[in-house]
Design a protein around this ligand. Structure first.
Ligand code: 6GP
Length: 809
């Protein structure tokens, strides 16, 4: 179908009665059932389709506008997306939230029950995946022509449950009932090669003779903008065996398992999301996933380019491909292969086009999170790509040699190939060499990247390095997550324009003097705590929600809890301000140290709960299976936001932004985006503690750090750790204490006293309800900078050089 013909569409109705009519016809014609026999699942699917149709109509007009404009596109390549539930979002964006509920009631349906069946696609691990979703949201909202590319994992991030307090992982078969948000497009299927060898043909051109062929079948989900008619898409690839991969003769001979062997093998590529966050993981299947994503997506990008263009020289003018961390970095040698081997371009031209096309975002500082692949594995799976990487590297090292003659160490550090102790391909080096821009995700992170992790590259190409501080979707993380606060803000500001222009929140500053507004502000926070239902709504709700990682230091929070517990035990008569400490988050299944921390938190929670002398004042809760949905319930209820990573370790954080935006005060270190949050909300409205990055580096690298010295000098710290070692918490957690007393990689004990003292400041501040309310309002009022709209504008102006395309009716 020619998209230009989309203009003849009949606009779908905007009244509840028309919506009801459409619900009925979708129930009959697309779901194939009747009102009498419809299940709740039928009702849900029908509702989803009816909402989706309204966005699909905008999608047709968006595609037509984009086709006519032939603009420069942003292609966002990401192995992960954490999109969150779609129904509520799509009802808001399509403007059907109210009429849909009225129509459902008319049909005798319970909207809450029906909406309760919507499932969150958990196609990511944590920050990096959720950032991708926020950027897609903002790109659509800002009318930027964009496509997100990713993998349609059959199984998303595992579901977390607790057994005796320990994390157990359950598979997340998120499409078991189907997925109404998805449009399969088997006709856009791509062919992906693996293994095999290379040959030179008579013209000296290299051919890759593959050893395995897998099909990539795309489907897309709609990515609507808010307050605009733009609807972009996210296109997800699923691996399929080819038709010939089913062995009929074996099947006929009764060898049923063997008959499907090849197909199963192929389909395993998109079977499961690797449940790792910020850790390097060297498994061939993961490399296969990465190449699968890249190969399918690039062919699709080129197909789209060719709809309106013929000249390769135009390619970078029409295309910018943003690499979300190193996971899609194989796109660089893959584009070279396509241009040189398949299109016959010369190397120099191909390389110039490739470099101009790509940009790379780094999301970490942890050296162990920088991906590398064993050369032998890379070569076996992608023989032609290794040749290309070698060639890129040779030319690159010649450039370095020219600039820094005789500097052998530098060559060794910068080479795309690591030689010792094992030959490996360094994906971050490849990503820097093959792109026109590299960015970190917060000011400190970008600075540290250029000074430490990628320093040699920043010396060579200083202008290639950028900062783009992360941001979050105000639609998802305040408008949808916190409807009551949103209404109050709209009432206070006199309009809801702030949702697409978050800087307008500064208008709340003048309302800090309005007693009635302040009263309502507190009432909203309290009601959100009641809605969350995890503790006394009048207690200080202290939340730490993020992946479990030692550098994030959930263990430091836990030491504070144990100290509070021991103080209350020691002086039971005193009046303590009640506090509810909430943890939520998952640990990578193979990350044992993080799992020990989870188990210890649950044990401490149980011990406190069972102690009537303590439980009125202190409660620890740990709801399992943290995801976007649960986060959206917790964030609006938080009073205190724990952002306590060791300085210099957290690239940015985005939960910190969500919590501040919802009026929580932060207790945090000078790390990641905490610094920028504090700069904006004001030092008086932020609880700062701990070592800064230079001090942490000095203590760690001086080689003189002795956690035991802190233990010995600090009575409360000693007593907290001893309690763990003595088995006071159901005998659990000795590993945690031993690791802290042994190496304490992330200087938890060094920051303990400063943290405890700072928590006392928190308690004092909390006791002054009026001052706390002012700080809470100011946190919201001054968080406008952290809108993902600002982030996308920064990318658009500084890196992508793209402009919006308006979609008209
Ligand atoms: C995360 C970073 O840890 C976090 O600080 C940042 O806010 C987020 O990315 C978005 O930029 N990194 C990852 O999730 C990851 O897997 C390789 O990094």
């Amino acid at each position: 179908m020619d998209v230009r013909n989309g203009m003849g569409l009949r606009p779908l109705g905007t009244s509840a009665a028309e919506f009801e009519q459409d619900l009925l016809s979708n129930l009959y014609y697309r779901r194939g059932t009747t009102v009498e026999s419809a299940s709740t699942q039928d009702a849900y699917e029908t509702l989803a389709l009816t909402v989706r149709d309204r966005l699909a109509e905008r999608r047709v007009r968006t595609a037509a506008a984009h086709y006519a404009a032939n603009p420069r596109w942003v292609y966002y390549l990401s192995a992960e997306y954490l999109l969150g539930k779609q129904l509520e979002q799509n009802m808001l964006y399509s403007g059907t939230d109210r009429i849909a509920r009225v129509a459902m009631k008319q049909l005798g349906l319970d909207p809450d029950e029906v909406e309760g069946l919507d499932i969150e696609p958990g196609l990511g691990n944590g920050g990096l995946g959720r950032l991708a979703a926020c950027l897609l949201d903002a790109m659509a909202t800002l009318d930027i022509p964009a496509v997100g590319y990713g993998i349609r994992y059959d199984l998303g991030i595992f579901k977390q449950a607790f057994k005796d307090g320990a994390q157990v992982e359950k598979p997340d078969d998120w499409t078991y009932q189907g997925n109404p948000w998805e449009f399969p497009a088997p006709d856009d299927q791509q062919t992906v090669f693996f293994y095999g060898h290379t040959e030179r043909d008579e013209n000296g051109r290299t051919q890759w003779i593959p050893g395995e062929i897998v099909l990539g079948e795309p489907s897309h989900m709609l990515v609507p903008g808010h307050g605009t008619d733009t609807v972009n898409i996210v296109r997800l690839w699923r691996a399929r065996g080819s038709e010939s991969s089913f062995d009929l003769s074996r099947f006929s001979a009764g060898q049923y398992a063997e008959a499907v062997d090849e197909a199963v093998h192929a389909e395993n590529i998109s079977k499961v999301l690797y449940p790792d966050d910020s850790t390097e993981l060297g498994r061939e299947l993961r490399l296969k996933q990465q190449y699968f994503l890249v190969s399918c997506s690039l062919r699709d990008i080129i197909r789209r380019f060719r709809l309106r263009n013929t000249d390769w020289a135009e390619f970078p003018k029409k295309t910018v491909i943003q690499l979300n961390d190193t996971h899609p970095t194989l796109a660089i040698p893959e584009l070279m292969r396509l241009l040189v081997d398949e299109e016959g371009l010369g190397w120099d031209l191909a390389w110039a086009l490739t470099k101009q096309t790509f940009a790379y975002t780094c999301h970490t500082l942890l050296p162990e999170a920088l991906e590398t692949w064993p050369v032998h594995m890379f070569e076996r799976l992608l023989p032609r790509h290794l040749e290309i990487v070698y060639e890129i590297n040779e030319r690159f090292l010649a450039e370095v040699r020219d600039r820094f003659p005789g500097d052998v160490d530098r060559l060794r550090r910068m080479s795309i190939i690591q030689e010792e102790p094992e030959r490996r391909v360094r994906m971050a080096n490849l990503a820097v060499v093959g792109t026109q821009a590299v960015n970190g995700v917060a000011e400190l992170h970008s600075q540290l990247l250029a000074e430490t992790t990628l320093r040699d590259f920043a010396d060579l190409w200083p202008t290639k390095f950028h900062n783009v501080t992360n941001g979050i979707s105000p639609r998802r993380f305040i408008k949808l997550a916190n409807p009551t606060l949103s209404s109050l803000i709209t009432e206070g500001l006199g309009s809801d324009a702030w949702i697409n222009d978050l800087d307008q929140l500064t208008g709340l500053e003048r309302l800090t003097g309005d007693a009635a507004f302040r009263e309502k502000w507190r009432a909203v926070k309290r009601a959100n705590k009641v809605r969350l239902g995890l503790g006394d709504p009048d207690s200080l709700t202290d939340v730490m929600i993020k992946r479990f990682h030692e550098y994030k230091r959930q263990q430091l929070n836990l030491l504070h809890i144990i100290t509070l517990y021991q103080r209350i035990k020691a002086s039971p008569g005193r009046a303590y301000a009640p506090r509810t400490v909430l943890f939520a988050g998952k640990a990578a299944p193979a990350y044992h140290a993080a799992k020990h921390i989870i188990r210890l938190i649950n044990a401490v929670a149980a011990v406190i709960d069972a102690d009537p002398a303590v439980s009125p004042y202190l409660k620890v809760v740990f709801p399992p299976n943290y995801n976007v949905t649960l986060g959206s319930l917790i964030i609006p209820a938080a009073d205190l936001s724990e952002q306590i990573s060791l300085a210099g370790k957290e690239a940015s954080g985005t939960g910190n932004m969500k919590l501040a935006l919802n009026g929580a005060l932060t207790i945090g270190t000078l790390d990641g985006a905490n610094i920028e949050i504090r700069d904006r909300v004001g030092a008086d409205n932020f609880f700062l503690f701990g070592l800064d990055t230079p001090a942490a580096l000095e203590l760690r690298h001086g080689g003189a750090y002795q956690p035991r010295a802190f233990y010995e000098q600090d009575e409360e710290l000693r007593s907290a750790l001893d309690a763990i070692l003595d088995g006071k918490f159901l005998g659990v957690g000795r590993e945690v204490a031993e690791s802290l007393l042994g190496r304490d990689e992330y200087l938890t004990l060094a920051d303990y006293r400063s943290y405890i003292d700072c928590q006392e400041q928190v308690e004092k501040a909390w006791a002054d309800t009026e001052q706390w309310t002012t700080s809470s309002i100011l946190n919201t009022a001054r968080s406008g900078f952290f809108s993902a709209d600002r982030t996308v504008r920064d990318y658009a102006a500084g890196i992508w050089h793209v402009s919006p395309v308006q979609v008209t009716r």
